[in-house]
Structures are given as structure tokens and as C-alpha cells.
Design a protein around this ligand. Structure first.
Ligand code: NAG
Length: 185
């Protein structure tokens, strides 16, 4: 079995080489090769901003719930939120988080999220990631699946971890920190 004895060291060295091939494309992202050099693991870190004032809202409620249903069940919103590198709205914008979300749980404050992250910065400009999942908004480290993408994120799959930044959020300006981890070609 000469091919087997030859291929084992080759595979091990490929894994070792790929471990060291990590590049930083922008301050908010880090990309590294995994196992096979054709697949990348990308970690994205950004904040998005729900602005709920009357003048320039980035979130609008489109469906009102009847008065007697629990937990605002049925209440539905559309958003087009700025995504920024840092927690402040004035920090560099890296994309827009556009989508629909609704209170979809009778038992607690659970939202159904349908969000497209449209990136506008660096090598990600023009590429999108799509997130579809359950968002238990009263908890931290909320996990939602990334179900696909376009552009550099074609065939992407992974997950997002969302955390409310309550320390600097207000009723009219709510900030959520997102950490997204995806595999993609
Ligand atoms: C999110 O990413 C940042 C930057 O890489 C890191 O410091 C932080 O610990 C991550 N948070 C979570 C919840 O993964």
C-alpha cells in the first residue's frame, strides 16, 4: 500500500500549512484556510443599529398585533440597518442589514429573523450573507443559522452569534453586536 504511506504525511503537512495561512482583510474580518486549501473559514465582527425615531428610522413596524395576544405575537418589522466596524454609529460602515423580523413566539419574546447582510467594504463589497433563524431577544449569545450567500460568499454556511449592547443602547437607538462564522469556497 505505497500510496497510503505517501499520502498521510502529505495530508498532515497540508493541514499544518493551512493553519498558518490567516489573513486580515479589514479590521472587522479575519480569514483562514481550513483542512483543504479550497475551503475558507471567515469570521466577521460588526455592529448593527436599529434606529426607531420618527424622522429617519431604519426599522419600521409594518404589522400591528391585536391587543389580547401575548408577547406582542405577530408584530412585524422591516429594517435597513447600518452595519459598522465599531459599536458607534459614526464608526466605519461595512454594510447594511436588511430584512424582516416578527415576534413569532406565544410563550416568550422570540423573533423569527430573515436578514440579508449586504456588505459594502473591501473584498466583500457586493457580496451578501443570508440569515434565517429564531432570535430569543431577551437572551444574550443568540445563535442563528447563516443559510447561504452571494458573491465571495456563494455556498456559504455557518452561524451568527448576536449580543445586545445594552450599555450604550437607548429606546430610539438599539445596538446589536454580531459575530458571524462561515465556511465558503
Ligand atoms: C466576537 O468577535 C470579537 C472580535 O473577534 C471577539 O473579541 C469577541 O469575543 C467575539 N464574541 C463572541 C460572542 O463570539
Amino acid at each position: 500500500m505505497p500510496t497510503l504511506t505517501m499520502s498521510a504525511p502529505l495530508i498532515i503537512s497540508l493541514i499544518l500549512i493551512s493553519t498558518y495561512l490567516t489573513t486580515t482583510n479589514a479590521a472587522f474580518s479575519e480569514q483562514s484556510l481550513i483542512m483543504l486549501p479550497t475551503e475558507k473559514l471567515t469570521h466577521l465582527h460588526f455592529y448593527y443599529h436599529d434606529i426607531r425615531n420618527n424622522k429617519n428610522p431604519t426599522v419600521v413596524q409594518i404589522i400591528n398585533t391585536p391587543k389580547d395576544v401575548p408577547n406582542g405575537f405577530g408584530t412585524t418589522f422591516v429594517m435597513d440597518d447600518a452595519m459598522t466596524e465599531g459599536p458607534k454609529l459614526s464608526s466605519k460602515e461595512v454594510g447594511r442589514a436588511q430584512g424582516l423580523f416578527a415576534l413569532a413566539s406565544l410563550q416568550d419574546l422570540g423573533m423569527a429573523m430573515l436578514t440579508n447582510f449586504a456588505f459594502t467594504e473591501g473584498i466583500y463589497e457586493g457580496s451578501t450573507l443570508s440569515m434565517l433563524g429564531r432570535n430569543p431577544i431577551s437572551e444574550q449569545n443568540r445563535e442563528m443559522p447563516i443559510v447561504g450567500g452571494t458573491g465571495v460568499f456563494r455556498f456559504a454556511r455557518g452561524y451568527a452569534i448576536a449580543n445586545s449592547v445594552t450599555s450604550i443602547s437607548t429606546q430610539e437607538h438599539f445596538i446589536v453586536e454580531y459575530n458571524i462564522t462561515v465556511y465558503h469556497p
